[in-house]
Design a protein around this ligand. Structure first.
Ligand SMILES: NC(=O)C1=CN([C@@H]2O[C@H](COP(=O)(O)OP(=O)(O)OC[C@H]3O[C@@H](n4cnc5c(N)ncnc54)[C@H](O)[C@@H]3O)[C@@H](O)[C@H]2O)C=CC1
Ligand SMILES: O=C([O-])CC(=O)C(=O)O
Length: 367
């Protein structure tokens, strides 16, 4: 290859995965190692990361793997306990993807993970604020409805919060909606469906908008049967439980999450590199500075008033959007006025849940 060609303006892309030795972290890192746009993949964990990095290093793609494991001394509470590994893992990263934290066991809700995972998120957020404040941050760690609020509050504390660059990863709900509707119809071509999902990422906070799918499935006879539609919606809202039960104590969704996380990352990267604009939902802070947010809030306000609902518009919401070099390009608010009555009722319930989950995240940071 020529070394004299100076016309290549493609930026150097560094991606960091925090929690890379875990059930999601490993397959996600494998998929990222195959990505032709990535130059460096920094893998960080508190255990087992040298083996994962060595293994991935044998793959003959151009992505350079760097390995970062938290050292024992970084665990102490002394002033000298700077976590150099974490600092090195995230410095100069364009994207930081975070699947660090405990997964559920049968009988647990995502909310039951809050105490442990919020503490993990706190350390990671503080390091990102100090050493990689301009990166785009994708949070997978549950409970997403609350952990994203933890990140936001810490970023605000450090005065580095950029609402266009902080994402809760909720795309698995969209992936499941596409798969489950396909199964219900004829089991073919699940990824030809494109079901928008709004709200949050747990149980009744998840609102799949089947009436707004790209394939006109709202006209399908099958969905006119209220029982079939209800069980489809329930399956999407509680898809995570299906996996937790099947894994029987050995964790929650990992492979489908790695697939979904990689899909979301690629959609953002396509916008970032100006290759292709694709619309997808993510759980974000509804900051008025983001194009489309004022319209989204106005439409939600009108909807709530019209239905005499005394519900606060959530500060965070999964909503469809597009991406560019700065993170979020544009938020799509048009789904609000296209919701049918059933979807509106689901949204009101979701908003109530999200408000409680967000409050938990905010209180954790300020207590
Ligand atoms: N957003 C979503 O749609 C989904 C989210 N999840 C969540 O993702 C998280 C990870 O799930 P799994 O990979 O299955 O769990 P896992 O237990 O297999 O892996 C978690 C990894 O995080 C690491 N870790 C723990 N503390 C850490 C710290 N302080 N810094 C860096 N890494 C640390 C662990 O060592 C482990 O390797 C869970 O909270 C789970 O609930 C899971 C599926 C879907
Ligand atoms: O259910 C869980 O705990 C993991 C998760 O978020 C999902 O699979 O959607």
């Amino acid at each position: 290859m020529s070394t004299t060609d100076t016309t290549d303006t493609t930026p150097f892309i560094k991606v960091s995965v925090l929690g890379a030795a875990g059930g999601i972290g490993q397959p996600l890192s494998l998929l990222l190692k195959l990505n032709p746009h990535i130059n460096e993949l920094a893998l960080y964990d508190v255990v087992n990361i040298p083996g994962v990095a060595a293994d991935l290093n044998h793959i003959d793609t151009d992505v350079k793997i760097t390995c970062h494991m938290k050292s024992k001394s970084a665990d102490s509470n002394s002033n000298e306990s700077l976590n150099e590994s974490l600092k090195n893992a995230i410095e100069n990263s364009n994207f930081i993807i975070i699947p660090a934290g405990l997964p559920r066991k049968p009988g647990m809700t995502r909310g039951d993970l809050f105490n442990i995972n919020a503490n993990i998120c706190k350390e990671l957020a503080e390091y990102i604020a100090l050493y990689s404040p301009n990166s785009i941050v994708l949070i997978i760690s549950n409970p997403v409805n609350s952990t994203v609020a933890v990140f936001k509050e810490i970023f605000v504390k450090f005065n580095i919060f950029n609402p266009k660059k902080l994402f809760g990863v909720t795309i698995l709900d969209h992936v499941r909606s596409n798969t489950f509707i396909s199964e219900l119809i004829d089991g073919t071509l699940p990824n030809h469906y494109n079901v928008p999902v709004v709200g949050g990422h747990s149980g009744h906070s998840i609102v799949p908008l089947f009436s707004q799918s790209n394939c006109d499935i709202s006209n399908l006879k099958i969905l006119n049967d209220e029982n079939i539609l209800d069980s489809l919606i329930h399956r999407v809202q509680y898809g995570g439980d299906e996996i937790v039960k099947a894994k029987n104590g050995l964790g929650s969704a990992t492979l489908s999450m790695a697939y979904a996380g990689n899909k979301f990352f690629n959609i953002i990267l396509n916008g970032y590199l100006n290759i292709k604009e694709i619309k997808i939902s993510s759980y974000i802070y509804l900051d008025d500075s983001i194009p489309g947010i004022i319209e989204l809030k106005n439409n939600l306000k009108i909807l709530l008033n019209k239905n005499n609902k005394n519900i606060k518009i959530p500060e965070f919401l999964a909503t469809p959007m597009t991406f560019d070099l700065n993170g979020i390009k544009n938020v799509d608010y048009t789904w609000v006025n296209k919701m049918n009555h059933k979807e509106q009722e689901m949204f009101f319930i979701a908003a109530d849940f999200i408000n409680q989950n967000v409050e938990k995240g905010i209180n954790f940071v300020h207590s």
